[in-house]
Design a protein around this ligand. Structure first.
Ligand SMILES: [Zn+2]
Length: 166
């Protein structure tokens, strides 16, 4: 007597908790979370200032030093986001831009919020300034801060959930 094997399958889930390290860039996230500092790096050889920070210069491969950068900068290129993943959906629509902080040589990609989200406010050349979540809400993530048009900054940092950094 031969009976063909039949497997009985049950669909289930596995929840995996994990952590990851920011490695050599950890200092950027720690200073952001604890002290509202925006740290870039400066090449020891050619002097290029990297934002986001790079541990080694991508131009000449030398080590870099940490430097504190100003919280204001200029939009290089931007768009307005109408669809987002779960973490960002409550903010839609919002701006996204490559922002060159004053004193940096490269641009950082970050969210740009505005009380009046129109393309004329989120565009190349627009001056923006950083707004931070309050200390208890900062987790050492890129979502700890965002940018707003410079002329809205005073109003944004008066909101109960946010504060200015300098
Ligand atoms: Zn260099």
């Amino acid at each position: 007597m031969s009976e063909e094997f039949q497997s009985h399958e049950i669909r289930d889930k596995i929840l995996i908790e994990y952590k990851y390290t920011m490695g050599g860039q950890s200092k950027f996230f720690i200073e952001l979370m604890n002290n509202k500092k925006i740290l870039g790096t400066k090449c020891k050889k050619c002097g290029k200032v990297w934002m986001p920070p790079r541990i080694n210069c991508s131009e000449c491969y030398e080590d870099t030093d940490w430097i504190e950068l100003p919280h204001a900068g200029t939009i290089q290129i931007s768009t307005i986001v109408w669809y987002g993943a779960a973490e960002f959906i409550q903010n839609v629509p919002y701006g996204c831009a490559f922002i060159k902080l004053d004193e940096a040589d490269t641009a950082l990609f970050q969210g740009v919020f505005s009380e009046n989200l129109v393309p004329s406010k989120i565009k190349k050349g627009q001056r923006v300034k950083a707004v931070f979540k309050k200390r208890e809400a900062r987790e050492g993530r890129m979502t700890d801060f965002f940018f707003v048009p410079e002329d809205e900054w005073e109003r944004w940092i008066k909101k109960p959930e946010f504060e200015g950094g300098e």
